[in-house]
Write a protein that binds this ligand. Structure first.
Ligand SMILES: Nc1nc2c(ncn2[C@@H]2O[C@H](COP(=O)(O)OP(=O)(O)OP(=O)(O)O)[C@@H](O)[C@H]2O)c(=O)[nH]1
Ligand SMILES: [Mg+2]
Length: 330
């Protein structure tokens, strides 16, 4: 009989979780069988996102924060998303070394994921891995991701509380504020507060928060925390900020609304991915796409008509197939 990985994960087996995540990475059909069994047992963990520029101290913060969370007995899962850029190729190793001091604690599970793995895209992968750690019985899941590009914005959609890490003296503060960082931050963290300029950065962020009426209207003004992650300074306060954001979400009903929106977005994304895969496979098999591209090139056909025709044909062929299936059953 085959091993029941889902049951093992529900009992807290880290080994079974690691196996399932590898399957997810490979889009192995066995992964989905397992995920279907786990789904009813998920949705319980609280998800914290930690994002910021490369080298801001996200891994060090994650490690120090985890130590604080563990003091209250809560179990922690950590997902470190490694950008696939060759320039930061060393980060994964750095994370391992930095976080290795946590590895002896059986109530902590750490998983690094490279963005170049996971064929179905980062956002789906992160949501899947969150569910695995959730089913594994972790109470808090911390996701570390570098805050550049679209993927990370999607990751924000996975977290209940998003912490944006900034460092003094980089001069990029104002720029990141322009790039929508103000809107996604539930908690600001000024790390490396042992470096000069942290008071100024703090004042800049607060001024921006004061100025922006839209941000004020949200009902939650992101607190600004100062930390020295390497020394574990300011981490208790950071955890308090996260907890009060959680309380705000629960009291205001936003928690439910956010999760609902997330589930709906995710379901649509999954349907989109699968439909696209099926249609594309069909087009490649019957050679229709190649033929159509030729016609598009010659301007004998336009892509608008092609799109409509393909969808119409696909719908009618799947309806025919369903009728045939029903006929054979009856
Ligand atoms: N002085 C000082 N150094 C820090 C602090 N926090 C982290 N560092 C150092 O900053 C460097 C980067 O820290 P990481 O935790 O790897 O930063 P990261 O944001 O995870 O980096 P990437 O994952 O590569 O983007 C390391 O050398 C840390 O020791 C701090 O509060 N003060
Ligand atoms: Mg890191």
């Amino acid at each position: 009989m085959s091993v029941d990985y889902a049951a093992q994960i529900l009992e807290g087996s880290h080994r079974a979780a690691a196996r399932l995540i590898s399957w997810l990475e490979d889009e192995d059909e066995r992964a989905y069988e397992c995920m279907r069994k786990l789904y009813p047992h998920t949705g319980r963990a609280y998800v914290v996102g930690i994002t910021g520029s490369p080298g801001a101290g996200k891994s060090t913060l994650t490690t120090a924060l985890t130590r604080v969370i563990r003091k209250s007995g809560l179990k922690v899962g950590i997902i470190a998303v490694d950008p696939s850029s060759p320039f930061t190729g060393g980060a994964l190793l750095g994370d391992r070394v930095r976080m290795s001091e946590l590895a002896d604690d059986p109530d902590i599970y750490i998983r690094s994921m490279a963005t170049r793995g996971f064929l179905g895209g980062m956002a789906k992968a992160a949501a899947d891995v969150v569910r695995v750690l959730d089913a594994l019985g972790k109470d808090v899941i911390v996701i570390e991701t570098v805050g550049v590009g679209q993927d990370e914005v999607d990751i924000v959609g996975v977290a209940d509380t998003t912490c944006v890490v900034m460092v003094p003296g980089l001069g990029d503060a104002i720029q990141s504020m322009k790039a929508g960082i103000m809107e996604i931050a539930d908690v600001f963290v000024i790390n490396k507060a042992d470096h000069p300029g942290s008071d100024m950065l703090c004042a800049e962020i607060c001024a921006r928060l004061d100025m922006d009426a839209q941000l004020r209207e949200r009902g939650w003004v992101a607190p600004v925390n100062k930390t020295v992650a390497v020394e574990g300074v300011g981490l208790d306060e950071m955890w308090l900020s996260i907890e009060s954001h959680r309380k705000y979400l629960l009291d205001s009903g936003r928690f439910y609304d956010n999760r609902r929106e997330r589930i709906s977005r995710e379901a649509l994304r999954m349907i989109h991915g699968e439909l696209f895969r099926v249609v594309r496979e069909q087009l490649e098999q019957n050679g229709r796409l190649d033929a159509a591209v030729e016609q598009l090139m010659n301007r004998k056909l336009d892509p608008y008509t092609l799109m409509r025709d393909i969808v119409t044909d696909w719908l009618s062929s799947s309806q025919c197939k369903r009728r045939r299936d029903e006929d054979t059953q009856s």
